[in-house]
Design a protein around this ligand. Structure first.
Ligand code: DLL
Length: 434
């Protein structure tokens, strides 16, 4: 099902014309209303009128998270405060959050682009959707909430946490769509098992729309099996809009970008040079139709690549591949680039361990050491030393094949590692930062 079929299936020419018109307008608005952009443009020797084609986008300076921090809280808003009707914020690892604002038109646009992604993921007006993202300054819950209402689905604003109650609501209200982070969905499925609830028999779940953190194909397979659903994922970030930048259709072959509002480029994170479709690099996004916070060329640090071919669902909007990691959560261990997602895919391909894990990096005697803690699926394995040793060696050797470095694998008892209700935090880097 489409939400705005005309644009979702539009020709490349129509999309690009719209992008150019909106880009010119956004460049003019930021230059005139946001002092930081005026300075950035002036420093780069560029004027909004210099944008004549989409190719000129690459002449514009980048925007980074520190720009928002430096102008905290509202310094990058392009409209007077009385036009702003909502703010959200994303928590930084340190200090003040990054604040983002929306006019009424921005909120309308947000719910429409997100509604497109919900429809692409299978949601219809007949569905009952349980939003298990935390309601608050985080964009996840509100972003999905208004989109689902716009489609006409019945929304259960459950928020995150209180997992047994979530499951009770799911059963009693006959929830058909679960909205959460993939790691929380996994935890929900585990609690279901403990409560003796079998999704196949006891629930009406059909779809899971997951996002807000990276996950692997193996994780999707687990979620689909455990919850008896079709799982799709969607992507976004507060600085651009929140959820709603891109999302998968049920063909699950990349996330369709809402290109009429968000222009996505892939750049080489070292040189800043724009890379061709199909080449992985850092995702850079321009939110060209936003009124309150029209951000141009925002460096997301997320790693992906563009897929230009037409999808069999009929949508012509370009897709972006699953995010494989962030250029800044990439670990460099003994000189080797390691993404947590690579470790996850090894662990999830084993039947004997659960998809809960922790990654610890230490420096001992000037040498980086990688330890992976992983939970056994079945307690009875603990009584069988030779089987345990075999399993440990198998994971070690699979990790060595994929990462080209040795890791210590520590198997721990079932249900002992930390569970997450929001975004999972699985990496602890104990090395001294230089
Ligand atoms: O996480 C927005 C969102 C909410 C997207 C709900 C999807 C669903 P932030 O809190 O600002 O916004 O975090 C943005 O989360 O730069 C990525 O690193 C990561 N992220 C979001 N979606 C995905 C995804 C929301 N599907 C940051 N895959 C982004 C991988 C994701 N990473």
């Amino acid at each position: 099902m489409f939400f705005e079929e005309k644009i979702e299936t539009a020709s490349r020419e129509t999309i690009e014309n719209l992008q150019l018109e909106r880009l010119k307008d956004a460049a003019k608005r930021v230059y005139e209303n946001v002092p930081l952009y005026k300075k950035k443009f002036d420093d780069a020797g560029i004027k909004p009128e210099d944008i004549k084609s989409l190719n000129d986008l690459k002449k514009l300076p980048f925007t980074v998270k520190d720009d928002l921090r430096d102008t905290y809280p509202f310094g990058m808003f392009a409209v007077p405060k009385e036009k702003v009707v909502r703010v959200h914020a994303s928590s930084g690892t340190t200090g003040k959050p990054t604040v983002v604002g929306y006019t009424q038109n921005d909120l309308n646009m947000w719910s429409s682009v997100m509604a497109r992604l919900c429809c692409a993921g299978g949601v219809t007006p007949h569905d009952t959707a349980q939003v298990a993202f935390g309601y608050g300054l985080f964009t996840g819950a509100f972003g999905l909430h208004y989109a689902l209402e716009k489609i006409g689905a019945m929304v259960i604003p459950a928020s995150s946490g209180n997992t047994e109650k979530q499951i009770m609501l799911m059963k009693d209200f006959e929830t058909t769509v679960l909205i959460s982070t993939p790691s929380y969905a996994l935890y929900i499925s585990e609690v279901m098992e403990q409560m003796g609830i079998d999704p196949k028999k006891d629930l009406k779940l059909k779809y899971g729309l997951f996002g807000a953190e990276a996950s692997t194909e193996e994780m999707r397979a687990q979620l689909e099996e455990r919850l008896n659903i079709t799982a799709t994922e969607n992507y976004g970030l507060s600085e651009i809009i929140g959820p709603g930048v891109s999302g998968e259709c049920t063909h699950k072959c990349g996330m369709h970008i809402n290109e009429d509002h968000f222009i996505v480029e892939i750049i080489d994170p070292k040189t800043g040079e724009v890379l061709p479709d199909g080449t992985p690099g850092e995702v850079v996004i321009s939110a060209v139709s936003k009124e309150a916070l029209p951000i141009l060329r925002y460096r997301t640090k997320d790693i992906s690549y563009l897929i230009p071919d037409k999808c069999s669902c009929g949508r012509t909007l370009k897709r972006m591949a699953k995010i494989t990691g962030r250029s800044d959560d990439m670990l460099i261990i003994r000189g080797v680039n390691v993404f947590p997602s690579q470790i996850e895919s090894v662990l999830l391909s084993s039947q004997d361990v659960e998809p809960h894990y922790e990654i610890i990096v230490r420096r001992e005697n000037w040498l980086d050491q990688l330890e992976v803690l992983v939970e056994l699926a079945d307690e009875r394995l603990l009584d069988n030393y030779s089987k345990l040793e075999k399993l440990q060696n198998k994971i070690k050797s699979d990790l060595r094949t994929i990462l080209s470095i040795d890791a210590t694998v520590t198997l721990v008892q079932p249900a002992t590692l930390k569970r997450f209700q929001g975004k999972a935090q699985r990496v602890t880097d104990l090395r001294e930062k230089k």
